[in-house]
Ligand binder design. Structure first.
Ligand code: ASP
Length: 349
């Protein structure tokens, strides 16, 4: 067991200009080989494997299974893994892999780029350098994102910039590492996940089982009923306001949640705020959710919540187990839950 596996799945890093815009470059792996030899010169041997590269806007939950299978086929042959992925849905994939690879004994590092590797001025070399460094850290045993000079826990990160090199932010968990001005990465080992029991599972995802519903002024019961028209729907993650609030004075909207609940749809609550947590019941406008049995997701990102629900629903039909697992950390994706009586007042930084 030695060396790093790079698994290419697509994204801007490996794109070139086509007739209608950027698209996957079929020659990318050859370009990457040359780059690794001439520019990056990694300390460890590197092997490259590829799945059919996509623009990650086309990602489906089934792609998570393909990625996980490709990793597990080669798991014991490498000390660390780097996955090249489009940035658009990278946070979802990093979350999904973190749940499938619980108790991993080596690093799985997602990276990509805002500018293709083959173009001058690309951020890809710096991202690859950090990813390869992180993939060689023996104490790192989790799924991460190396991007824009930061190493982030994968299931805590969100894409927060469409163009900036620092495209990802982890607002509710500190960075696991960062590249200093002199280009040397430093890692915060004390923030890494502790070693855990290896428990890998690649369930068969049902692509339409989970929906996200962002709230906005004017949202109505029709939005919920439109989701319920999908017969395969099993769960809805509300992206609520602030501390977990919903328009409780809109009786049609609340009725539609009751209808969903009565149909057996699992309802969960994550905040649409980039930072902070759901404290359901702190405001009267979220009290109704407690009555409905909506599961508050504390400081989990909507991406992690969506991927986690997919993972849990594909893994078991045991509803109490799903509800219990949703509310505890499986892979560092959520901070300990706090009592709803915690005041919702701003906390000093
Ligand atoms: N659309 C691209 C993708 O997600 C964007 C990127 O990679 O930065 O595949």
């Amino acid at each position: 067991m030695a060396g790093i596996l790079i698994l290419h799945t697509g994204g801007t890093i490996g794109m070139r200009l086509g007739a209608h815009g950027l698209q996957p470059d079929p020659e990318f792996c050859a370009t990457l080989q040359v780059h690794l030899k001439q520019v990056l010169t990694p300390q460890q041997p590197v092997s490259i494997k590829t799945l059919a590269p996509i623009d990650s806007a086309n990602l489906q939950p089934a792609h998570w299974q393909n990625m996980a299978h490709a990793l597990l086929e080669n798991w014991d042959d490498y000390t660390g893994i780097v996955i090249l992925h489009g940035t658009d849905t990278l946070a979802w994939s990093a979350s999904a892999l973190s749940f499938m690879l619980q108790g991993a004994d080596k690093p799985v590092i997602f990276t990509g780029a805002q500018i293709p590797l083959a173009r001058s001025g690309s951020d890809a070399p710096a991202n690859l350098r950090l990813a390869l460094h992180a993939a060689a850290q023996p104490q790192l045993r989790e799924t991460c994102i190396a991007f824009g000079g930061s190493l982030l826990r994968g299931n805590r990160a969100r894409k927060t910039s469409a163009q900036n090199f620092a495209a990802f932010t982890s607002s509710n968990y500190p960075t696991l590492g960062a590249v200093s001005d002199d280009g040397i990465p430093a890692f915060h080992v004390e923030r890494f996940l502790p070693a855990g029991q290896k428990s890998f599972s690649i369930p068969h995802f049902r692509p339409r089982a989970v929906a996200l519903l962002p709230l906005y002024p004017g949202v109505s019961g029709d939005s919920v009923r439109a989701l319920l028209a999908n017969p395969e729907l099993r769960a809805i993650v509300l992206q609520s306001y602030g501390s977990g609030n919903v328009p409780d004075s809109d009786t049609d909207f609340i009725d539609s949640l009751h209808t969903a609940h009565a149909r057996g749809i699992l309802l969960a609550n994550s905040t649409q705020c980039p930072h902070g947590r759901v404290t359901q019941g702190a405001y009267a406008t979220s009290h109704v959710l407690d009555q409905l049995g909506v599961i508050p997701l504390a400081d989990m990102t909507p991406e992690a919540a969506h991927a986690k629900l997919h993972f849990l629903l594909a893994s078991t039909d045991n509803r109490p187990q799903i509800v219990a697992d949703l509310q505890r950390s499986l892979a560092g994706e959520v901070s300990p839950f706090v009592s709803p009586s915690t005041p919702p007042l701003p906390q000093p930084v």
